[in-house]
Write a protein that binds this ligand. Sequence first.
Ligand code: 5GP
Length: 198
Amino acid sequence: MKKGKTFIVSGPSGVGKSTVLKELLEQRQDVYFSVSATTRGARDGEIDGVHYHFLDVDTFRDWIARDQFLEYAEYVGNFYGTPKRFVDEAMDQGRDVILDIEVQGAIQVTSKRPDTVRIFIAPPSWRELERRLTQRGTDSPDKVQKRLLRAKVEFQTAHTYDYFVINDTVENAVAELNAIMIAEHCKPKERMEIISGS
Ligand code: 5GP
């Protein structure tokens, strides 16, 4: 069976990635969303094993030691990592996989797996990002500032990604993500079995 492809979706905290990805996954139930592990506390409404695997720092370090992560990174005071096994199982089943990860993790994955497709999601403006982060109300003003600062650093890497999507409306962003995923499967290198068989 043909293996699935991995798509990394990165973008500043507060850009609305989770909302966009939730909608995309409702439309594309064939796609596997990789549930990350993190040492940050759960926000209201977040469920262990659904939104993240919430781990304490010792357990996270143990997973690192046992080589359980495809990548991991520190982000604004917490660790985040992608458990390798589930990603590989889904790809082996021919499913496309989405990783919602920040830029350091994206660099690690691409250096190990160069055929990964990288998509950067940007807010329509900085003012809008600040408004979304503040209104979300999940972080202290200090953490909001740290996340904004980090967002500006991350934005400087956007040109290294394969695609750039602006989340002006959820509908547009979902349509663009879906189009990218479909188009990536139409590349000749993805269809070599047909091409070389003719
Ligand atoms: P949040 O705390 O807002 O859920 O996530 C903070 C940042 O961590 C986001 O940019 C998100 O994409 C990133 N992130 C979530 N899971 C992972 C992961 O497994 N690895 C890496 N490197 N970043 C992650």
